[in-house]
Design a protein around this ligand. Sequence first.
Ligand SMILES: *[C@@H]1O[C@H](CO)[C@@H](O)[C@H](O)[C@H]1NC(C)=O
Ligand SMILES: *[C@@H]1O[C@H](CO)[C@@H](O)[C@H](O)[C@H]1NC(C)=O
Ligand SMILES: *[C@@H]1O[C@H](CO)[C@@H](O)[C@H](O)[C@H]1NC(C)=O
Ligand SMILES: *[C@@H]1O[C@H](CO)[C@@H](O)[C@H](O)[C@H]1NC(C)=O
Ligand SMILES: *[C@@H]1O[C@H](CO)[C@@H](O)[C@H](O)[C@H]1NC(C)=O
Ligand SMILES: *[C@@H]1O[C@H](CO)[C@@H](O)[C@H](O)[C@H]1NC(C)=O
Ligand SMILES: *[C@@H]1O[C@H](CO)[C@@H](O)[C@H](O)[C@H]1NC(C)=O
Ligand SMILES: *[C@@H]1O[C@H](CO)[C@@H](O)[C@H](O)[C@H]1NC(C)=O
Length: 217
Amino acid sequence: MVYLGRSSLLFAGVAAVLIQGSDAHVEFKNDTVKPNTSLNTALVVPHGCSGSDTVGISVTAPTSVDIGIVPQQVQNWTLVVNYKDATNKTVKDFSWTGGYLAHDGRQEFGVVLNIPQVDLTQKPNVTALFPTVQTCLNGTSNWTSDPKSASYNATKGDKPSPQIVITNEEESPSGSSSGSAPHSSSTSGSSSVLMTQGQQSLPLLAAGLAIVAGIYF
Ligand SMILES: *[C@@H]1O[C@H](CO)[C@@H](O)[C@H](O)[C@H]1NC(C)=O
Ligand SMILES: *[C@@H]1O[C@H](CO)[C@@H](O)[C@H](O)[C@H]1NC(C)=O
Ligand SMILES: *[C@@H]1O[C@H](CO)[C@@H](O)[C@H](O)[C@H]1NC(C)=O
Ligand SMILES: *[C@@H]1O[C@H](CO)[C@@H](O)[C@H](O)[C@H]1NC(C)=O
Ligand SMILES: *[C@@H]1O[C@H](CO)[C@@H](O)[C@H](O)[C@H]1NC(C)=O
Ligand SMILES: *[C@@H]1O[C@H](CO)[C@@H](O)[C@H](O)[C@H]1NC(C)=O
Ligand SMILES: *[C@@H]1O[C@H](CO)[C@@H](O)[C@H](O)[C@H]1NC(C)=O
Ligand SMILES: *[C@@H]1O[C@H](CO)[C@@H](O)[C@H](O)[C@H]1NC(C)=O
């Protein structure tokens, strides 16, 4: 309470974090990677399905790029991995089930990705989509759409698949980018509007205060 009294900016920051939280996508924690490297990342489930608690996460391997996938065990969840071939070399899909994640909770599901030597001489990057179905006590959230496809319609309820971008270019540091419209994670929703209309420093402030929010909530 003492901390909450310190600055009205704190309220703004925490509010931004909370709004962001209810609006955030299921996505990879680290999603940019160089060819011929290994990436230790995680699928982040930031909230439930429209207020319902999460009981399962099911992921389909990308078809466009042959990425080596090693899903990690997560405490209290049962990991099942299905393969495309009898020798269990190529992952087809995988799921974590049997666990329970409150709708306002956040959970990381670890995945190690072995990125092949993709050819980037003709294009700056290759995007691999990991269509993901989030199963909740009531209903599902289908994070299965390609946000670049012509038919993608967030208003209709389409949700973007988690993606990995393979590129040799350095990731532009989000939050401190100058001018180039912060087109960050969310394509719809009020959080990005709030972020871009607010002060430049709000995303950074919000990021810093996420720790505070973590303590208080
Ligand atoms: C993943 O991201 C975190 C913070 O964004 C960073 O500290 C870490 O080095 C990244 N890991 C890899 C393997 O890129
Ligand atoms: C890929 O990485 C390995 C070691 O990590 C290296 O030995 C190999 O030469 C690399 N391949 C290419 C095509 O760069
Ligand atoms: C796993 O479940 C047990 C029993 O419900 C609980 O005490 C524990 O905190 C859970 N662990 C994690 C990491 O969620
Ligand atoms: C492949 O994995 C399945 C279960 O995912 C297992 O039953 C089977 O024995 C494995 N096969 C090989 C060749 O390891
Ligand atoms: C990937 O390349 C396209 C151009 O082909 C570019 O518009 C896009 O910003 C790049 N994305 C990333 C994450 O580098
Ligand atoms: C389940 O979700 C639907 C749509 O979000 C909602 O209309 C319904 O009331 C919910 N049912 C329960 C039992 O919560
Ligand atoms: C998600 O997709 C499944 C079929 O794959 C469908 O039955 C379900 O209604 C979809 N859920 C939503 C919320 O669109
Ligand atoms: C997107 O979906 C909404 C709601 O279903 C609809 O009103 C709108 O016309 C759609 N937009 C496009 C470009 O199809």
